[in-house]
Ligand binder design. Structure first.
Ligand SMILES: O=C(O)CCC(=O)C(=O)O
Length: 264
């Protein structure tokens, strides 16, 4: 059994408040026995192109990056650090930093599929300020192999299949769906990707803030490899926990051997 915690927090316009809230959440989750702790997409910065440039940080000296490394070692936990705007050379990325229990960076994932959409009533072009990443990121905690994707990435099944083919046992997806696509697609996509690939899927959203320029959906959840919802948050701030039992995944893969039966 591996104890997982998803920290669904509100994102404020003040970065320091976001860091304090995340730090407190990590401490609480660790005290409750969580071994792997996950934060939401853009947890340190409003999900808004106007803020990405101002809030961006560079590894290893950014405040958020230092806080995550310290929190991982102080609490002896593995942290999937949601995502933050990262400055690298002359570009900005939507990046997830991952730290092991010693506070060492054990992976970094830059969102591959940027959210460039024009929905009725909402236009969002991440590519106005951000550049796409190009590499998948797999981290081994010693107990479980995790694949990282960010939000819109979950709409691209071939990315998730690539992770499954490479032996990933759980997808961790920091995300921030909204109140238009959330009710329509969030749960269906997460359950579908879990069933497609017979993996656990953990998706972590910010809590809903109706006053924000982009209203995140909430409803963070952990889905099992059978497509069942193991645990689910509401729309407010909350930490949810799940016990991950990899023998269930093994059993499901034995019963329906998709990886073996696959012909393309
Ligand atoms: O795909 C969606 O509906 C939402 C995606 C999104 O908000 C994101 O990629 O940050």
């Amino acid at each position: 059994m591996i104890k997982l915690a998803l920290i669904q927090i509100k994102v404020h316009k003040d970065k320091n408040i976001n860091l304090k809230r995340a730090e407190m959440g990590i401490k609480e989750a660790a005290k409750n026995g969580a071994e792997i702790i996950c934060l939401p997409e853009m947890f340190n910065c409003p999900y808004d192109n106007n803020y990405f440039v101002k809030f961006a940080e560079t590894y290893p000296n950014g405040d958020t990056i230092k806080m995550l490394a310290k929190a991982a070692s102080e609490n002896n936990v593995f942290i999937i650090g949601g995502s933050i705007p990262e400055r690298y050379q002359d570009k900005l990325y939507n990046t997830c930093f991952i730290f092991n229990q010693k506070g060492e960076m054990s992976g970094r994932y830059r969102k591959i599929h940027l959210f460039d959409v024009d929905l009725k009533g909402m236009r969002f072009y991440e590519s106005d300020t951000l550049s796409p990443g190009s590499d998948i990121t797999i981290v081994d905690t010693g107990k479980i192999k995790l694949g990282i994707a960010i939000c819109y990435d979950m709409r691209f099944p071939e990315l998730m299949s690539l992770y499954a083919k490479k032996g990933v046992q759980m997808m961790v997806i920091p995300a921030a769906f909204n109140t238009i696509t959330g009710p329509a697609h969030w749960e269906v996509l997460l359950r579908a990707r879990a069933i497609d690939n017979q993996v656990f899927v953990a998706a972590i959203s910010p809590a809903r803030d109706e006053t924000a320029s982009y209203v995140a959906y909430g409803d963070s959840m952990v889905v099992g490899p059978w497509g069942n919802i193991i645990t689910k948050a509401g729309i407010d701030e909350e930490i949810i926990y799940a016990d991950i039992d990899l023998s269930i995944e093994e059993e499901i893969r034995k019963r329906i051997p998709l990886l073996k039966n696959r012909r393309m």
